[in-house]
Design a protein around this ligand. Structure first.
Ligand code: LLP
Length: 485
């Protein structure tokens, strides 16, 4: 390969392009005596042989440990200011039956954002009382399902939803606990936050109307008002934005608390993780304490009791616990300013990891099947899709002799990769395998081409059998309806 140009400013040329930055990979990820990557006690090569690539791999022990650590951090921080904390796992990051069981066993509730996520959480046996149900446009049917299931809280996102949830609860003869999502005007990302009068986005009600709408909720006998909710953004590295947001919410909270007790304050999720060695989020214990102290200070200033605190981390629990394995198909040096960039094409891409294309996200990649003494080369790992923006890892260094047949591992893909996966170019979505103590098991089966063909109503002849019977049955019932109308 030709010699490398320099990468982006944040990316240092590594002394050793085989090295694994500890805070980027699942805990205890290492290389065995033959240089093969080992995750959860299983070699990446044996996973690839058994399950194929691309492959999502989640380290169960690591995910559980993060769930437990984060729960404990918030509970301790809350206790230090004389209150308690409830932690929900934000299922949108990655939801499957196994993950629901892990987080539930680690003492967390589950936060769902759609009827589909609710269905998974319930089917996996999550206690409905410990489910929070979000969404800025829940259908009436979704609200009814939430109420019927007995979810612990529905998060009301807009004025119109107050009556919708109240009516659904009244129809079901229930009193539904609710939170009110508020747009605090604070938006945070990594170490910076922006605080304005209004944040220009679709979620929540404005801060100025929070107290009035809280009272409106209280006027419904079928609703039980738990408190305010706010989520300020994602991939946040410290407590400053949360503290600012909590202080702002506390004015409305206090106004409501002077009329009747407001038991809770939910500050959402968004705690950041290291995607690359340049990312250094503060320890969650420090963030939790910073938030709890800011809430306590604001409560003192407003002379109201410190409410119970609630949080909804997703990425920080499952993100670092997951990696993706790919096989290299082709490599190609491309001349760029000052040298060469080596394009390394893998057998997946923007269908299994949309984050790079969608957000310009950065990732870390290593060769997983071997080590090499070759010097580092600047690489861009790209997928197999028909789009030049189909990039998995925009910039990292791999040994100069990276070649077709090598197995690559991309770190920190546990959150928002499988959940954003798609079938662009009719590429089936890969399976998810959990590893623990040297044992690997499929927790979500991969799609097959037959799965893709089976949904195509224009392929009756190819699909045949049961699927085509189902399709003609639904066509028949459609035309019957048409005939009656
Ligand atoms: N609670 C609420 C109300 C949320 O909207 C979210 C994320 C969370 C909790 C969990 O946030 P986390 O702790 O996972 O950052 N697809 C984007 C992230 C979208 C997050 C949407 N809401 C990404 O891949 O970066």
């Amino acid at each position: 390969m030709a010699s490398s140009a320099a990468g982006p400013a944040w990316l240092r040329v590594p002394d050793d392009a085989n090295a694994l930055a500890q805070h980027v990979w699942p805990a205890r990820t290492h290389r065995d005596a033959d240089g093969r990557l080992v995750v959860g006690g299983v070699t990446a090569t044996s996973l690839a042989e058994r399950f194929g690539t691309p492959l999502y791999v989640v380290d169960e022990t690591d995910a559980r440990a993060r769930a437990a650590r984060i729960r404990t951090a918030f509970e301790r921080a809350a206790a230090s200011v004389g209150t308690g904390a409830t932690v929900y796992y934000a299922g949108k990051a990655f939801l499957s039956g196994a993950v629901v069981r892990w987080v539930t066993e680690e003492g967390l509730g589950v936060d769902v954002a759609t009827g589909g996520e609710l269905a998974v959480a319930l089917a996996a046996g999550a206690d409905p009382v410990r489910i929070g149900f979000h969404g800025n446009n829940k259908s009436i049917a979704e609200i009814e399902r939430g109420v019927a299931a007995g979810v612990g809280a529905i998060i009301i996102d807009s004025e119109v939803e107050i009556e919708r949830v109240a009516d659904a609860a009244a129809r079901a003869g229930r009193v539904q606990r609710v939170r009110l999502r508020v747009n605090s005007g604070v938006h945070a990302s990594t170490h910076e936050f922006l605080a304005t009068a209004h944040e220009d986005q679709k979620f929540g009600v404005s801060l100025e109307r929070a107290a009035e709408l809280g009272e409106r909720i209280r006027s419904h006998a079928s609703l039980d008002f738990l408190g305010l909710h706010c989520h300020i953004g994602s991939q946040i590295f410290d407590s400053a934005g949360f503290a600012e947001s909590a202080e702002r919410l506390l004015a409305a909270h206090a106004e409501l608390a002077r009329v009747a007790p407001v038991p809770e304050l939910n500050l959402g999720g968004g705690f950041g993780i290291a995607y690359t060695s340049a990312d250094e989020p503060a320890p969650i214990e420090e963030i939790a304490l910073g938030i709890a102290e800011a809430v306590a200070r604001a409560c003192r200033a407003h002379d109201v009791p410190v409410p119970r605190l609630a949080f909804e981390p997703g990425r920080s629990i499952i993100g670092p616990a997951g990696i993706t394995l790919y096989t290299v198909g082709t490599t190609k040096p491309v001349p760029i300013e000052g040298g060469w960039r080596h394009y390394v094409s893998v057998d997946g891409g923007m269908s299994d990891n949309l984050r790079t294309a969608l957000y310009g996200a950065d990732y870390t990649v290593r060769v997983a099947s071997r080590v090499s003494e070759e010097p580092p080369a600047l690489v861009r790992v790209v997928g197999k899709h028909c789009e030049s923006g189909d990039i998995v890892v925009d910039a990292d260094y791999l040994p100069h002799d990276v070649a077709p047949g090598d197995l690559l591992a991309v770190a920190a893909t546990g959150a928002y990769c499988w959940s954003l996966a798609n079938n662009y170019n009719h590429v089936p979505r890969p399976p998810v395998v959990a590893v623990r103590d040297g044992v690997a098991r499929v927790i979500v089966r991969g799609e097959t081409e037959a799965d893709l063909l089976a949904r195509d109503a224009g392929l009756d002849a190819v699909v045949g059998g049961e699927a085509s019977d189902r399709m003609s049955a639904s066509v028949a019932s459609d035309s019957e309806e048409g005939a009656t109308a």
